[in-house]
Design a protein. Structure first.
Length: 268
């Protein structure tokens, strides 16, 4: 099918719109933009230079994609926003380009970015991520696949969040969150494994139990952190789940968030 552009929309001749792309009233698309097949751009959408989106993406009203990074280090260099396939970008979402020649702010496939979300420069968002209303990601954050961020949550710059995490609404995340965990609070604290999310994603009861056992040893063994990590590497040297968790912790720059004892755990 051909591209459908409303008469009131402004689309630069250099913009590349694939087949079956629809552009709604009063939207503005700048030059070096590539929009994949079957994508829909609603009314009053602004897509700046240096944006690439995959197939079947949906951009809702008043979303602004590819604005210059809000970063004093940015000096006008060519940087990008790269979106995957089938992303849903709801109303008033802002996604900024990155800082650093040739770099990009990246969003993976099948992400649901709800109303009012802000994704800052040099952020990397994995696949199948859900970001609820008014969530904010500061510069250089990394969000793993299949993670859910509750409404009005905020993630500090350079923080990494692993796969299959659940971040509660209104949470303030200031340290790295390893995979498979549940976080809530201000500042955010770990409160357990994301058992419901893991079950829904098809993790077996044995895998969920093993993840919990690994984390219980890491956080609640009472031993020095580095020592217990070495023990875990020896005990679960062939375990792919343990390896993912331990590698994430090893690569952390901001430090790992705490998992405080619950009242029940203290009584055990």
């Amino acid at each position: 099918m051909t591209v459908s552009i409303h008469p009131t929309a402004l689309v630069d001749k250099k913009a590349e719109l694939d087949s079956d792309v629809t552009v709604g009233p009063y939207s503005v698309i700048s030059g070096r933009v590539k929009i994949g097949r079957g994508s829909t751009i609603a009314s009053f959408v602004r897509i700046h230079d240096y944006v690439q989106a995959g197939e079947e993406c949906i951009f809702h009203e008043n979303s602004i994609i590819g604005g210059a990074p809000q970063d004093h280090d940015y000096n006008g260099e060519e940087t990008w926003v790269m979106l995957g396939n089938r992303d849903i970008i709801r109303e008033n979402v802002t996604i900024n380009r990155s800082t650093g020649e040739g770099s990009a702010t990246v969003v993976g496939d099948n992400c649901f970015i709800m109303e009012g979300v802000h994704i800052a420069h040099n952020v990397t968002v994995g696949n199948n991520v859900i970001m609820s209303n008014k969530t904010g990601l500061a510069g250089h954050c990394s969000i793993g696949d299949n993670t859910v961020l509750g409404g009005i949550s905020g993630v500090h710059q350079f923080v990494k969040v692993g796969r299959f995490c659940m971040i509660g609404g209104l949470s303030k995340v200031v340290k790295d969150i390893p995979p498979f965990l549940l976080v809530d609070g201000h500042p955010g604290r770990i409160y357990g494994t994301n058992s419901i999310g893991l079950r829904r994603a098809g993790f077996t009861p044995e895998e969920r139990s093993r993840i919990k056992k690994i984390y219980q040893k890491i956080f609640h063994s009472g031993k020095a952190f580095r020592a217990v990590l070495d023990e875990c590497r020896q005990e679960w040297s062939e375990d792919y789940l343990a390896r993912e968790i331990l590698d994430f912790i090893k690569d952390s720059n901001r430090g790992i968030e705490k998992w405080p004892y619950t009242k029940k755990e203290r009584q055990q």
